[in-house]
Write a protein that binds this ligand. Structure first.
Ligand code: NAD
Length: 466
């Protein structure tokens, strides 16, 4: 059988959920495909030579605006991949109840081969092209970072938009994942990894789910392998280790490192970043074949690098009881079937990595409201705490201990608000997926998550009569 493309894999997962839902063909086909895609070819003058770049922006479902989705810089980016990722964004936003449609962008480039100055030039040109073609604006189409891009990339895009549209009072909301000084939000960098943590933590608190995959409840001492030690992989591993899990392996482009006693994640990241090489990490054993990392004995495997990493070829050898999809599309549809037949649990990408878009949503709201969270009510909240303490002490004629007083007086800052909003989002979404699993009698969480998402989008189309 011919290998399915990333988009075909996503579409097959979509089709499985559509049949569980019993949705009519007309609405299903409206939701399934991308509504529009643009391919851009543009030249940039670099070191006295003209270089031509190719990029894409795909809008999957624009039932709600703006559409939201990261921009990826990688040499293998292509239209199929961008469309698949845009579709995942629509479903993801629906699963976690974010009022956005789905989009994705990509530029075929190896960012490691360019200087920061060159990347800035290329990004600014790409942004101008997107703006000219109406594929970038705070009201309609809002990118964020993804693989190969970061807050610096977002800062350049924002600056370019602001230069071209100085009359747009909401210009700051044209992109999320910006540096804080340019309207970014606390905790955006950590958000996807923290969302992965909350998702796994909540899954591991659910007796029935945990028993189904032959795990025990609780994070402590769980043996975890992570593939990809970039933004999402690192923060997922960091928060899980902080909660008592043992990160026993890290697979990167240039090899797999492992230590059954657990890897010091903070130290490993410092060493990895020094040379962008996993070989640089100390107190671990090293294996050159990175893909063997996926098959290493552990409780939870977290693919946090690329799509299509677990296929029909290696799925029979995966030992992890739970595969937590931090990356987008790391398991092919065929592999998904094999893993489920083998009793493995899968926390699907459209749920598990939604922390990024959730906090992006908070950032966009902050940009549109032109005020940081807590600015108006922080003092008032503190005063309320003090008044409650005073009243309690007066009525009961006692003095409360200082630590209790401090807790009651504590006001929340932006990071606290973001974290609690994120935790709440991830918990509600998993509860809703479990409900959909029961309602539509699906055997797995992925089909349930797709069904939940598709049902919400279909309801939207039905109500507005598109
Ligand atoms: P990143 O560029 O920060 O990190 C990716 C890491 O994977 C890099 O360290 C890279 O060296 C490594 N890698 C690449 N190829 C590999 C291979 N074959 N084997 C092992 N490691 C390999 O990217 P990121 O932002 O962490 O994104 C990772 C995944 O998470 C992507 O699928 C992305 O779409 C998804 N995602 C990211 C976000 C976000 O907020 N950044 C949000 C949702 C989903």
């Amino acid at each position: 059988m011919a290998k399915l493309s990333f988009l075909e894999n996503v579409d097959q997962m979509f089709d499985a959920a559509v049949s569980a839902l019993g949705l009519s063909d007309d609405i299903a086909s409206q939701i399934r495909g991308c509504n529009s895609v643009i391919q851009l070819r543009f030249p940039v003058q670099l070191n006295g030579k003209l270089e031509v770049f190719t990029g894409w922006r795909a809008v999957h479902s624009d039932h709600q605006l703006p559409v939201k989705g990261g921009i990826r810089y990688a040499p293998v980016v292509c239209q199929d991949e961008v469309e698949a990722l845009a579709a995942l964004m629509s479903y993801k936003c629906a699963v976690v109840d974010i009022p956005f449609g789905g989009a994705k962008g990509g530029l075929a480039i190896d960012p490691s081969k360019y200087s920061t100055e060159d990347l800035e030039k290329i990004t600014r040109k790409f942004a101008r092209e997107l703006i000219k073609k109406a594929y970038l604006s705070p009201a309609e189409n809002v990118p964020a970072p993804d693989m190969g891009t970061n807050e610096k990339t977002m800062a350049w895009i924002y600056d370019e938009y602001q230069n071209l549209r100085p009359d747009d009072i909401n210009a700051m909301g044209c992109v999320t994942g910006k540096p804080k000084t340019l309207g970014g939000i606390s905790f955006r960098t950590e958000a996807t990894g923290k969302g992965v943590f909350f998702g796994i933590e909540y899954f591991l608190s659910k007796d029935e789910l945990v028993r189904e995959v032959k795990l025990t409840t609780g994070i402590e001492e769980k043996r975890i392998v992570v593939q990809g030690f970039g933004n999402v992989g690192y923060y997922s591993a960091f928060f899980l280790a902080e909660a008592g899990a043992k990160i026993v392996g890290i697979a990167e482009k240039d090899g797999f490192v492992y230590n059954d006693d657990g890897i010091d994640i903070k130290q490993a990241k410092i060493e990895f970043d020094e040379r962008s090489s996993i070989r640089n990490v100390s107190n671990v054993k090293y294996q050159e074949d990175s893909r063997l990392g996926l098959e290493y004995a552990c409780d939870i495997l977290i693919p946090a690098a690329l799509e299509g990493q677990i296929t029909a070829e290696n799925a029979p050898r995966i030992k992890a009881k739970l595969i937590a999809e931090a990356a987008n599309g790391p398991i092919t549809q065929e592999a998904d079937k094999i893993l489920l037949e083998r009793g493995r649990g899968i926390l699907p990408d459209i749920y598990l990595n939604a922390g990024g878009v959730t906090v992006s949503y908070f950032e966009w709201i902050k940009n549109l409201s032109h005020i940081r969270f807590g600015r108006m009510d922080k003092k008032q909240e503190e005063m309320r705490g003090i008044k409650i303490i005073e009243a309690f002490e007066r009525v009961n004629k006692i003095k409360l201990p200082k630590d209790l007083k401090d807790q009651l007086q504590l006001s929340t800052d932006e990071t606290d608000v973001i974290k609690s909003g994120l935790a709440d989002t991830m918990r509600n979404a998993l509860d809703n997926i479990i409900e959909a699993k029961e309602k539509y009698k699906t055997t797995d969480l992925r089909t349930a998550a797709y069904a939940l998402a598709i049902e919400k989008i279909a309801n939207y189309y039905t109500l507005v009569g598109h």
